[in-house]
Design a protein around this ligand. Sequence first.
Ligand code: MN
Length: 371
Amino acid sequence: MPVVNSADSHVLEPKMLWQERMPARLRERAIRPVREGDLEIVYADGIAIRRNRVDSTGKVRAPGFAKPAERLQDLEQEQIWAELLFPSLGLWIPMCTDPELAAAMSRVYNDWLFETFMTVSPRFIGTAVIPTLEIETAVEEIGRVKDLGYQAVNLPCTPPAHRPYNSREYDPIWGALEEARLRLCFHVGTGADPIVARGDGGAVINYVETFFPAQRLVAHLVASGALDRYPELQVMVVEGGASWIPSLMERMDEGYRQHGMWAKPKLSAMPSEIMRRQVHATFQHDRALMATLEFTGSKMLMWGSDYPHFEGTWPNSQAEIEKIFGGSDPVVRAEITGQNMADLFHLPDPPTSCRSDSEQAITVSKDEGPQ
Ligand code: MN
């Protein structure tokens, strides 16, 4: 059972994180999860995101979802070594439309993640939340988190309405990230209300909807020449699966070729080549990616557990990996399930067996937190 790295994992923030750490005048509008009857409601800047509570589904939450020491024990059981950590509640920060509030919440989250996880083990690779409503504020926070020791940031998949991702207004952000050598992540389901449909089919429709903005943003970054202007920038689309990549490559190449007379700016290479050079994607369960390797190659692809979320692979990560890679080329398997992430984040090779750093016994926390 080879040890793997997860390029998509989540922390679950304390429910009162922002209330406890925000300036009093912003506290009221900061993210706050509340349970009302069968609903779990997340309030953020006056917006309410309502979802059915998950307790009734009978799903069991991973024991280590809340605390780093218990988490390392879950990782031992799963034989996962390093994890790229994303927020849970903090995924909603881009829903806030007040730049001051979004920036303050981002700082609180980034400080908390650093203190609580990144200082505990080098196996926890944090992604900082960067507020994008104001470019200058974003660049400032990029500098701050770089100094803290971050290697990656997360920006919303759906950008603010007034500034799509093909805009050159983002250049200071791309430039700051490239210079700091921070990886640019886009976790699906960020920046827009993820609940597009209710009623029949809602759960599946909404799950599918999360990966369209990811494809859109890749098209914007590639076709606009942003990735050409910042050729060292490495982009990760997180939790959107991977087998859509060849389809987007073909569509973009077709557009660039067949509509070449209108295409501007001219690019350094075909869109598919730029994608192979600078875009990566994480998946949990996407079996079709093995059939599309001839278009993507293995270097773009990274497995992620999505621990501890319910759409993830805990507690069967190794079995899920085996379903995709059983019988396949062991080099390809090793690259996609560990080496590619190690290369991108300058991690040492995973050990042959993965042990928790802590002897502390597993204790299931009473605080269930949000998904
Ligand atoms: Mn995820």
